[in-house]
Design a protein around this ligand. Structure first.
Ligand SMILES: N[C@@H](CCC(=O)N[C@@H](CS)C(=O)NCC(=O)O)C(=O)O
Length: 240
């Protein structure tokens, strides 16, 4: 039901308690960090509901649950609150141990988290380059840096000789990185992949994953949302 996806804003009444046997995600339909959590919920088949938040004008009750005021935020029927995307994903993987996404070996798990740290250094470019272009600035240096960072990820895949970052099937690290790659086209950053053919292959494989398909938006919807975002009046209900 599309109408239930409309975001809750400041002054709105708090939603009812989280039903037993379910878990709740406070989200925003276009947030790449919240998409990490949505990917994990979907991949593991976890029963959940989603409450979207108006990030420009947050409900008071939301700020009481997560003082950082960020999505993704999870809430259990017992009223436990979990936030920060990687923490929410690891929580879900442990609380719902079927179909594990993180490896059980301590070193392999640490490797995925180290890779996430590397990737987190790439994330700002997804914001800086489009914002710079919008202001008519020369972003060629930023683009060169992003290309370089992608080349490093590409090299990782070349050395690992597997299709995905954790092996030959999708694991947590792939879902942690994916939401940003999904936005490359819309943000006109695809050219940063030119010298990274393994990474491009990874991206193509990821886009075929049923869980990825289930959590995405059409390019047109993304474009429409990002237009409102760039103009400084983000429409979080865009397309509903
Ligand atoms: N480090 C956080 C970042 C989450 C984040 O930045 N979410 C954005 C939406 S994409 C948000 O909630 N923004 C609201 C705000 O900054 O007030 C995580 O990984 O969960």
């Amino acid at each position: 039901n599309m109408s239930t996806q409309k975001c809750f804003t400041k002054g709105s009444a708090a939603p009812g308690p989280v039903p037993k046997g379910s878990i709740r995600l406070y989200s925003m339909r276009f947030c790449p960090f919240a998409q990490r959590t949505r990917l994990v919920l979907n991949a593991k088949g976890i029963k959940h509901d989603i409450i979207n938040i108006d990030l420009a004008s947050k409900p008071e009750w939301f700020l009481m649950k997560n003082p950082l005021g960020l999505v993704p935020t999870l809430e259990t029927p017992a009223g436990e609150v979990i936030y920060e995307s990687a923490i929410t994903c690891e929580y879900l993987d442990e609380a719902y141990p079927e179909k594990k996404l993180l490896p059980s070996s301590p070193f392999a798990k640490a490797q995925q988290k180290m890779l996430l740290e590397h990737f987190s250094k790439v994330v700002p470019y997804f914001y800086k380059i489009p914002a710079g272009r919008n202001k008519g600035e020369d972003v060629s240096e930023l683009e060169a840096e992003m290309k370089e960072k992608f080349a490093k990820l590409n090299e990782f895949l070349v050395n690992k000789k597997t299709r995905f970052f954790g092996g030959d099937s999708i694991t947590m690290i792939d879902y942690w990185m994916w939401p940003f790659f999904e936005r490359l086209e819309v943000l006109e950053l695809n050219n940063c992949l030119v010298n990274s053919s393994e990474l491009k292959k990874w991206k193509d494989c990821m886009s075929e994953d049923p869980t990825v398909k289930a959590t995405t938006h059409s390019v047109d919807t993304y474009k429409g949302f990002y237009k409102t975002y760039t103009e400084g009046k983000a429409d979080y209900d865009y397309g509903l």
